[in-house]
Design a protein around this ligand. Structure first.
Ligand code: BEZ
Ligand code: FE
Length: 286
């Protein structure tokens, strides 16, 4: 018999994982026991409070399906996703930001200078820049994969009234590592508020809004990919992003094309505005 007490229960749980073959998973579970038990000792939940917490997680599971992961959203609103992102950033590379749930890998590949504006509401903005390595060398053939909402803050993947591939594209950088396309300014939107996580956020008088943003995944052979976003300085939600994705280097002005410092770029549609954003990728150690 083992007499389990408040004094020895943490060690007992840690020892229960001791025979695992996977040393990293063993370490993680033992550290989790340490921190989870420390949290319980600190907060001292009543039975009802603990049952409410378990019920909350059960409801997260109930609303999740192959398109919706409420646990990922819980990680986002707790800042856990962003903390993991920040801790895994490479200081010399472009800072990362949250992937979110609206990425799909099948965006159309468009040519340099392509127009994504189509019939979307909003002025045309030239979004352009250079993908370089950490030594400052351009990376021809790097792939810039971008997805965004329309001006109303809705992604094509959420909205049957938009064409399936509206406002998302992949582009291969040219010989100088440049990408360029015209698009519109995205709108801010709220995280889903109909599930347990969104309801908790609004019940606790937190803002469910995300500031408007472009999402990017930038990849190149022999380099670590980056997942990041671009935000706008005039956005009212910049200081209260529900998922803590805003980083100062990712906030970029939309300038009138007439005042632009960058080189002219030939595009399918004449833009009124321009955003310049360069990406830096870290080579993979060989
Ligand atoms: C997004 O930016 O697409 C997003 C990120 C986290 C939660 C919900 C949406
Ligand atoms: Fe988003």
């Amino acid at each position: 018999m083992r007499d389990i007490t408040t004094e020895n229960i943490t060690r007992a749980v840690q020892e229960s994982w001791a025979n695992a073959d996977d040393p990293r998973l063993k370490e993680v579970l033992q550290r989790l026991a340490h921190h989870l038990h420390a949290f319980i000792r600190d907060v001292r939940p009543s039975h009802d409070e603990w049952l409410a917490a378990v019920d909350f997680l059960w409801r997260c599971g109930q609303i999740s399906d192959d398109k919706r992961n409420e646990f990922a959203l819980l990680s986002d609103v707790m800042g856990a996703t962003s903390l993991v992102d920040l801790m895994n950033d490479t200081p010399e590379a472009t800072v990362g930001s949250v992937l979110g749930p609206f990425y799909t890998d099948d965006s159309p590949t468009v040519p340099f200078g392509a127009d994504l504006v189509g019939d979307n509401e909003g002025d045309a903005i030239l979004l352009t820049g250079v993908v370089r390595d950490t030594a400052g060398r351009p990376i021809p053939g790097a792939v810039v994969d971008m997805w965004q909402t329309n001006s109303k803050g809705v992604y094509a993947t959420q909205d049957p009234t938009q064409a399936d591939d509206n406002l998302r594209c992949k582009q291969l950088c040219d010989a100088e590592g440049r990408y360029a396309f015209t698009t519109v300014e995205p709108g801010p939107y709220t995280i889903p508020t109909d599930g347990p996580v969104g309801k908790l956020v609004t019940h606790m008088r937190r803002s469910p809004w995300r500031p408007a943003h472009y999402h990017f995944i930038v990849k190149a052979e022999g380099h670590q990919p980056i997942v990041t976003e671009i935000f706008f300085p005039h956005d009212p939600y910049l200081g209260s992003d529900a998922v803590f994705g805003v980083r100062a280097p990712l906030v970029r002005d939309i300038s009138p094309v007439a005042n632009s410092a960058g080189p002219p770029v030939a595009t399918q549609r004449r833009p009124l505005h321009r955003i310049d954003f360069d990406f830096t990728l870290m080579p993979v150690a060989s």
